[in-house]
Design a protein around this ligand. Structure first.
Ligand code: F6P
Length: 326
């Protein structure tokens, strides 16, 4: 049996739909095994300000379908310094937190690794809309963000079609093109500009827009990843060079909200449950992952090392956009 009596739980970095479902899964699995759960409010910042709440079974009732994070989140500058990391580790020890479960992306898990180096037992759960972790096929929030982006693009297609315009849509994803590629495929985009493919010029895009018009298509849809940016300028260049009215839309933070999809809720439940099960079995300093479609785990340090060599780019998936466009 486990020697763990108390788990600390926090959400950190950009929030992601499904984080609440993870909070519920972690809390309920822990309580079922007589482990107390301390919710740390506002991410690592709440660790420093000691904003702690006790999470009981009812506190996490009926949250699996809600967006945002009931624990709130932050990007915490103090966790970027050695002094801050020492302080955070000491607070965990002072408050009897035997293990810290961190739900977040790359930066948040890197912060967790610095605490692991200071003797805190860590479980990381990938929660980010970006799908940008090299060590996991899935990150909680991606499916919901993708649905939100694709639904918004459908609306843009309606109006672009009515006005015979070109729509340039910028989606989130930081330095990763996953949301752009998947939403481009889902929406039948003519072209997607992503950071992983850097040889597509503005001239290529203009050529493509002209080509699809010549073939009789009445509207154009260009998806631009945040990591490429410049959608307003691109729309202007397209309009000037083709005479086709063009509009840019930056979807922005709308992609971070909303009710999580079923996929996000289910992954959240499975991954949250696994995180606590591993702790109970005496395992520590891991990232919960999805590998070959199955919930698995990887050593925290190793998982973050993979991040340095970058996520493997799926060129075949990207090429589907071009193959299916006119
Ligand atoms: O990591 C999630 C994300 O939404 C990225 O796609 C985006 O680059 C970033 O966070 C935006 O961060 P903030 O909410 O701090 O502006």
């Amino acid at each position: 049996m486990t020697s763990i009596k108390k788990i600390g739980l926090l959400t950190s970095g950009g929030d992601a739909p499904g984080m609440n479902a993870v909070i519920r899964a972690v809390t309920r699995t822990a309580l079922m095994n007589n482990i107390e759960v301390t919710g740390i409010v506002n991410g690592y910042a709440g660790l420093f300000s000691k904003e702690f709440i006790n999470l009981n079974a009812l506190a996490v009732s009926n949250i699996e379908g809600t967006g945002g994070t009931i624990l709130r989140s932050s990007r915490c500058k103090e966790m970027m310094t050695d002094e801050g990391r020492d302080k955070a580790a000491n607070i965990c020890k002072e408050y009897g937190i035997d293990a810290l479960v961190v739900i977040g992306g790359d930066g948040s898990l890197t912060g967790a690794q610095t605490l692991a180096e200071r003797g805190i037992s860590i479980m990381g759960i990938p929660g980010t809309i970006d799908l940008d972790l090299a060590c996991s096929e899935y990150t909680i929030g991606f499916d919901t963000a993708l649905k939100t982006a694709s639904d918004a693009i459908s609306c843009l297609i309606d109006t672009s079609n009515s006005h015979e315009r070109c729509s340039v849509v910028e989606v989130m994803g930081r330095n990763c093109g996953s949301i752009a590629i998947w939403s481009a495929i889902a929406s039948g985009a003519d072209i997607a500009l992503v950071p992983e493919v850097n040889d597509i010029t503005t001239e290529d895009v203009i050529k493509k827009v002209k080509h699809t018009r010549e073939k009789g298509k009445k509207f154009s849809l260009i998806v631009v990843a945040e990591g490429v940016g410049g959608s307003v300028k691109l729309a202007k260049d397209i309009e000037e060079n083709t005479g086709i009215e063009s509009r840019a839309t930056v979807l922005g933070h709308i992609q971070r909200g909303g009710h999580p999809t079923v996929l996000d809720r289910v992954y959240a439940a499975i991954m949250g449950n696994k995180a606590v099960q591993l702790l109970i079995n005496g395992e520590t300093n891991k990232i919960i992952t999805v590998q070959n479609g199955k919930c698995s785990s990887i050593d925290l340090e190793e998982g973050l090392k993979l991040q340095k060599t970058k996520k493997k780019f799926d060129k075949d998936l990207y090429d589907v956009i071009n193959t299916l466009s006119i």
